[in-house]
Design a protein around this ligand. Structure first.
Ligand code: NAP
Length: 269
């Protein structure tokens, strides 16, 4: 099958590796936000498509059999675009999204909020030495904390001048338990803020915070649009692709075209 993987996550890289190994024709797409990203095996394209229309055009022009949206659970814009573009281009879509921490054994202890701004408000009632692991993109939500020590961990540096009292760590997971515990203790962190990214690579901080009595504020995930086939593992994604992708954009098998070519899809702009 000819597969477009919308990536930028570890699962997307794992999926690309699995598909290349199977002999599928895979193109992984990255947004191009992160400097020196970890690259998947196989072909890689970088940069936005130009909204729904750009992505739909791309799908038709490149004749993909199936799209797997394996972007981060908080990358809501591209996920919404993928839903609309796939519907428009008639290409099947599978959403691969790692399980969230709503099912984590400690989930009942966390303070759950709907967005990063609400996380800031909630944290103000819980501690005064916060550890921000909510990512670089909305770090400026916390700029009002310019009178205190703040520990923030990001992959790429913020593109604005953070307050003088902040400590910004640049790091990429995985983050093991012992190191997370040391970090929380050495900085005397008294509240941890995170998104519900899920997954094992960044999970240890939750246990470390629990063991040190540090409260945790978690930003809930944006919902996946209705009607999308959602799977949680690479294996499930491959199986779902086989079912949906083999039907091809037109609903007919792409493997049994009389002339061996994939059907050309047309749609109104
Ligand atoms: P977003 O807000 O959902 O998307 C914004 C725009 O970026 C999209 O409309 C699209 O531009 C472009 N884009 C996003 N992902 C793309 C991809 N895989 N390939 C091509 N274009 C893409 O995205 P985001 O939250 O900034 O995330 C960007 C990337 O970082 C994603 O690949 C995601 O998996 C990864 N990531 C995000 C987070 C997070 O917390 N949000 C964390 C870790 C990794 P056009 O409209 O021009 O097509």
């Amino acid at each position: 099958m000819h597969v477009l993987v919308l990536g930028g996550t570890g699962e997307a890289r794992d999926l690309a590796a699995r598909l290349v190994e199977r002999g599928d024709s895979v193109v992984s797409s990255l947004a191009g936000r992160v400097s020196a990203p970890a690259l998947p095996v196989g072909e890689v394209r970088t940069g936005g498509f130009g909204g729904v229309e750009g992505l739909a055009d791309h799908l038709v022009d490149r004749r993909y059999d199936v799209v797997v949206d394996a972007t981060h659970p908080f990358a809501a814009q591209i996920t919404g675009n993928a839903v609309a573009a796939c519907a428009r281009a008639g290409v099947p879509l599978v959403r691969l999204q790692r399980p969230g921490w709503t099912r984590h054994p400690l989930a009942g202890e966390f303070t759950w909020v709907d967005d990063v701004e609400s996380a800031r408000v909630a944290a103000e009632g819980l501690g005064v030495r916060p550890f921000l692991t909510t990512g670089r993109q909305q770090l400026d939500t916390f700029a009002v904390w310019d009178d205190r020590y703040v520990l923030a961990r990001v992959v790429d540096p913020p593109d604005w001048d953070v307050p003088a009292g902040w400590e910004v760590l640049r790091a990429r997971g995985p983050y093991p338990y012992a190191a997370e515990r040391d970090l929380l203790e050495s900085r005397a962190v008294d509240v941890l803020l995170t998104k519900d990214s899920g997954g094992a690579l960044t999970e240890a901080k939750l246990g470390a915070a629990h063991d040190l009595g540090v409260p945790v504020v978690v930003v809930r995930r944006p919902p996946v649009p209705d009607g999308v086939r959602v799977v949680e593992t690479v294996g499930e994604a491959v199986r779902a692709m086989e079912v949906t992708g083999a039907r091809g954009p037109s609903g007919r098998s792409t493997r049994n075209q009389p002339d061996g070519r994939r059907p050309r899809v047309r749609f109104e702009r």
